[in-house]
Structure formats: C-alpha cells, structure tokens
Design a protein. Structure first.
Length: 341
C-alpha cells in the first residue's frame, strides 16, 4: 500500500520539488494543499502534474481559516508542514502579517491534528531561529541542533519570521508529547536551486551581473554560508519523515562553508564578468557566519549531501540566465538590497 504524504504549503519551492521526488517513487502518494499566493494556480506545475497522476491530489485553500482544513482527509502516514510567509522583504515590510499568518497556520494545523490520524509530522524550520545565538554569544560553527534559540532584537521586524518558527518548533513538539502523533523538526540551511524565485542571493547576483553593474559591490563579502542544493534538502526531508526520531531536531544543510566573496567571484567567472569587484557594507541584522553541524542527521537519518556548492550554483546560475534571457520583463527583486542569505 502506498505511503500517503500531506504537504501543507506544498506549492512553494521546496514543496514542489519534494512532490516531484516523492511521486518518482511508486510507494508514495501525495496530497498538496496551498493557497498559491506565490504563483498562478492555473499555471502551476503541480496542477498539470495532478491532471496526469492519480497519485497526486492538489487542493487550493487558505489555511489561516479553520474551515479550510475540512477539505483534507482524516488519515495520512506523513505530514510535512512547509506553509509559512517567508522572505526578508516580507518580514521587514509586513512583520505583523508574517506573525499573524504564520501563527494562525501553526495553531490551525495543530488543532486539526488532534482530530486527524497522522502517524508522523515533519515541521520545517530554519537556521534563522538561532541566528542571534551565533552572532551574540560566539557559539561554535558548524552549529549543532543543541544550540539555544535566540534573536538579537525583538523589536526589529526582520526577526518576525524567526519568532514564528520558534513558536512552530515548540508547538509541534509539545503537541506531539500528548501522543496524538510523532513529530520531528528539520531546520533548513540556505536551500537553493533553479526556479526558487528572485529573493535569494544567487538569482540576485545573476540579475546584477546581467545588468552589467560595474563596479560590482559585494555586500558582506566576509560573511559565510553553507548552501544546500534543493535535491539534498528534499532527500533530507524524506529521510526525516521516514527515520526521524520523535521529538528530535535535525539540521538539514551542507558543511561546506564559503564566503559571500567566494560565491560572488565564482558567479562572476561563470558569467564572464571582467569588471571591478568592490567590497561594500553588510546588511543590518545579517548573520556573520552560518554553517550547520549535520553529524546527527548523518548518524540517525543517513543524510549525506551529494551536490557540491560549485555544481549546484552552476546549475542554478545557468537556469536563471536562461530564464531572464527569455523573460526580460520578469518580476525582479533586483532593486532589493537585502536578499536572503
């Protein structure tokens, strides 16, 4: 019998690739529910896939409204909670909406879980939940799951997203303690890849290079990140669903830590840029270093990233160059000076 996955918020970047990967394995069926706020429902690739596959069901609904959950079945093997308003621009520009929507999503799904029959829940969180800990208290990098969660300034709108993810981690784990379902948490670390939108640092760099900026400013050149290619992040999510221990947290990422300067120079070389690269100040609230310790995920899940950053960035850059060339009037975030890193 097929294992039945419910992906809440499954029409986003990670959810779409997760759906494709699950459906490529005949032992799985997938139900995606999403409000399709980030793209046209009619044109979304999942809608087209659902028309051709009996193993995929796609439901459009606003899950900030409790009655929308009545559209779901009552029994699933796995639930992956991806739904959230995310993005530096959203957090800075509408922090009250980030808090309202993400909190309602958490509360509504948790209350629904008390009446449903779900064996295992994977709550998808973020390394932003401990960004302040590394910045303010000099915690070890690569950083393990045991790190205390912390933000630096409760009044700064940028941290509104992190606060809601802290609530989600606590909420899902403590509801799971009541015995209605098992739950583990995955914290993603800088997931990237083709077709991820234009809010991330890599498409942002591609747009700027294609616009022929010169001199080209490298914001936060000495900051470090460990970028996690989408295929590896998806595999880690599936492993967490199938093998993750109840009430545990797993860092899903890559341990190859690089500087933003190294990333920028690599993209510049790939695009044939021969102009001047110049250092520029970092963005307020941006973390100086970020790299996960994934020893726990390796040991307990069998998680091993397989796509190196140069290979993954090359694939991603090529996809965006092709897309921008074919769609010169695309919705750009080029003027946004604080991309997600």
């Amino acid at each position: 019998m097929k294992k039945k996955f419910l992906l809440i918020g499954g029409a986003g970047f990670i959810g779409t690739q997760l759906t494709k990967t699950l459906l490529a394995r005949p032992q799985h069926s997938v139900h995606v529910i999403d409000n399709f706020s980030r793209s046209s429902r009619e044109k979304h690739t999942l809608i087209q896939m659902a028309e051709e596959s009996t193993a995929l069901t796609v439901t459009s609904a606003d899950l900030t409204k409790k009655e929308s959950l009545e559209l779901l079945d009552k029994t699933y093997d796995y639930l992956v909670m991806l739904a959230a308003v995310v993005g530096v621009d959203k957090a800075n520009g509408q922090p009250h909406e980030v808090i309202r929507i993400n909190t309602l999503l958490t509360i509504n799904v948790l209350e629904w879980l008390e009446t449903a029959h779900v064996e295992k829940v994977v709550f998808c969180s973020t390394s932003e939940t401990y960004a302040g800990t590394v910045s303010s208290f000099n915690f070890q990098v690569p950083t393990a799951e045991s790190v205390p969660l912390c933000i630096e300034d409760i009044t700064h709108p940028r941290f509104s997203y992190a606060v809601t993810k802290m609530l989600g981690e606590s909420g899902f784990i403590n509801f799971a303690r009541q015995g209605h379902f098992e739950c583990c948490v995955v914290r993603y670390h800088n997931v990237y890849g083709p077709n991820m939108g234009f809010r991330h640092v890599i498409p942002h760099l591609v747009e700027r290079f294609m616009a022929k900026e010169n001199p080209f400013l490298i914001y936060g050149h000495d900051q470090t990140r460990a970028f996690n290619y989408i295929d590896d992040a998806v595999e880690g999510t599936i492993l967490a669903a199938e093998k993750g221990r109840n009430l545990e947290v797993y860092h899903i990422g890559d341990e190859d830590e690089i500087t933003i300067e190294a990333l920028t120079r690599f993209v510049a070389e790939r695009l044939g840029f021969t102009g001047e690269l110049r250092y520029a100040p970092t963005f307020p609230g941006s973390v100086a270093r970020r790299c996960p310790d994934i020893a726990k995920a390796r040991l307990e899940l069998g998680y091993t990233p397989s796509v190196g950053w140069k290979q993954g960035v090359s694939k991603t850059v090529d996809w965006y160059v092709n897309y921008i060339t074919k769609n010169p009037l695309h919705e750009s975030f080029y003027l946004q000076k604080d991309p997600e890193t």
